[in-house]
Design a protein. Sequence first.
Length: 413
Amino acid sequence: MFQAIRYRLLFSYLSVLAAILGVFAIAVRITFAHSLDLQLVDRLKTLARSAALELELVDGNVEIDDETLVSSEQGIQWFNTKGNFLAQQGDYVLKLPFNPKIPIQTQSNPYPAKSMTILVKDRDTGIFIGYTRVSESTQNLNHTLQSLDLGLGIGVVTALALSGIGGIWLTRQAMEPIERSFQRLQQFTADASHELRNPLMAIKTNAAVALKYAEGIRESDGEKFRAIASATTQMTALTEDLLLLARTDHTPPPKLDRVNLSILLEELAQLYHAPAQIKQIDFQRQILEDMEVSGDAVQLTRLFTNLIDNAFRYTPDRGSIAILSSHQGKEILVSIQDTGIGIAPDRLEQIFDRFWRVNRDRTYGSGFGLGLAIAQNIAHNHSGAIALTSELGAGSCFTVRLPSAPKSHLPQL
């Protein structure tokens, strides 16, 4: 139980940290990429202004100076007023069709590049004489961003790994006091339950003796002794349940024997036949033959007894209860279905909590709210699980999943 809590705490801590680091890495990446893009645009603007000065109007004709302006990763293209190509300079000119209406263009093939187009006017007359389109390769920019992504990725993974190691230590340190307190509480519960056995047995025995020889006592005193005997029986059942829970919470898995569930369920069905007749309950069963599991026969009997007893407790007279079984892959499914009071959807998660009952005012029998907790504990100890479906006012269905026994030579019980 505590191991699962530690894992959940560690997973939650790492999830939050991963989200924070992820947001931080994305923010850094976006900010850095935007900064590089602004720097590229500034370089293109500077180059475009310089290239525009090379385009001149001489005697009514447009001429271009041959001064080299570009670096090894840049390119310049000049166009006339109609958008016709005039000249170019540099190796990284844009290959996209010229479109003066799109001032910024980006290409990915045959090489990544970004361009800027500006309108050029004659310096002396102010007459519109053409366009200049300058471009620069973005290969270095992309390589820089890839290196940044790699660095951020390695940084995030490293931070998570180191945080995970630290988180394991921190969760262990945080859970140790809780585990010690829980173990002391378990030990106290087990010791108290064990010590209560003898005085409860003495009270019950003395009450039984008094009732057996009731000739010399008054009727009112007899009623008191019967109440004492009934209360003692309930307290004995409670101490037995507490002792079982205290033991199964910290003991290793039960000794595995080959248990025939078909026989076990049939015997339980016969046992509850009389209570079903008393409450006029339609008690049905569909039990497959030769359903075998590996486990402890006593604990498995307790598991299904608690589930059937729970169905009888919350099913009114003239209701119906059914024991159904089936195979699903390598698992055996046993369902205890009833037409009882049902459980509200918002209470389904609480049904296996200790000392919790559906509704104290609507129960049809006594109980301390430990039966389902014990059943779930036993199922988990047998590598199984209990699923619940319920509808308020219509009934409930508890489905136990247990792995089928592997073919072996385990003794059969």
